[in-house]
Write a protein that binds this ligand. Structure first.
Ligand code: 4AZ
Length: 252
């Protein structure tokens, strides 16, 4: 996150940190995600460059994490991943980010996955078809870079406020033009001071509707971070209620 503030995980208790264990057994932070039910984390497809061939065994998820490189055993819940679904139509081979969505199933321990606490809870999926007016303010959170070009992620979970742009504005030639599909939404600050950045991918864009917070977007891509006319681009979650229900067996 560029230009945001440090956040406690209690204020974004659905945030998941996804790690990848390399062949040398080193665990590296890979992406953010959002807990949508006790055993399911929603994230971005591009977090898994090997797509459907990705070995779920190498993935792990930590919930309730405020600091990336420290363990707070009192708040954290750690899980292995027993299944990964990457959207079948995601194909990044030509730099295309359409359908940038994936689901992870956490491996239950003693018949249970995430337990609700002050630092761990699920976020609601938006009602199918609910669309948002441009100009409304939403919140993003993640452990990604605090500035474009840094080689390290943020040590702490950070948050920022971004405003939704209209589809028309984002498809303007001064913005991203035809790179923006109907499955993407754009959000940024009017002064371009706050944005998601590398490492925030997969994480939540949460917006309030009728006094409730809903997961409307998944951090997907952007040309750099917090650059003029280059808003953050997010996967439109409401286009995938059916896909999520199908893969997870959760009813939408
Ligand atoms: C990335 O590289 C990335 N400014 C994610 C989000 C944004 C840019 C890059 C949005 O994963």
């Amino acid at each position: 996150i560029v230009g945001g503030t440090i956040a406690t995980v209690e204020s974004h208790p659905w945030v998941a940190a996804i790690f990848w264990r390399s062949k040398s057994r080193r665990k590296a932070f890979r992406c953010g995600g959002s807990l949508i039910s006790p055993c399911w984390v929603l994230t971005a497809a591009h977090c898994f460059p090997d797509g459907a061939q990705t070995k779920a065994r190498r993935l792990s998820v930590i919930l309730g994490k405020s600091a990336l490189n420290e363990t707070e055993s009192s708040s954290e819940q750690k899980f292995q991943v027993d299944k990964l679904f990457v959207h079948e139509e995601f194909d990044n081979s030509e730099g295309n980010y359409d359908h940038d969505i994936a689901l992870l199933r956490l491996k239950a321990k003693h018949g249970q996955c995430a337990k609700e606490t002050r630092s761990v809870r699920t976020v609601c999926l938006p009602p199918p078809g609910e669309s948002l007016q441009p100009g409304i303010q939403c919140e993003i959170a993640g452990y990604g870079k605090e500035q474009q070009g840094l080689w390290y992620n943020s040590q702490y979970l950070r948050q920022a406020k971004v405003v939704l742009l209209s589809h028309e504005e984002c498809r303007d030639k001064d913005y991203y033009g035809s790179l923006i599909t109907g499955n993407m939404l754009c959000a940024g600050r009017p002064d371009w001071s706050q944005d998601a950045c590398e490492g925030d991918s997969g994480g939540p864009l949460v917006c309030e509707v009728a006094d409730r917070l809903y997961l409307f977007g998944i951090v997907s891509w952007g040309d750099g971070c917090a650059q003029e006319f280059r808003p953050g681009v997010y996967t439109v979650v409401t286009n995938y209620n059916q896909w999520i229900a199908e893969k997870s067996g959760l009813s939408s």
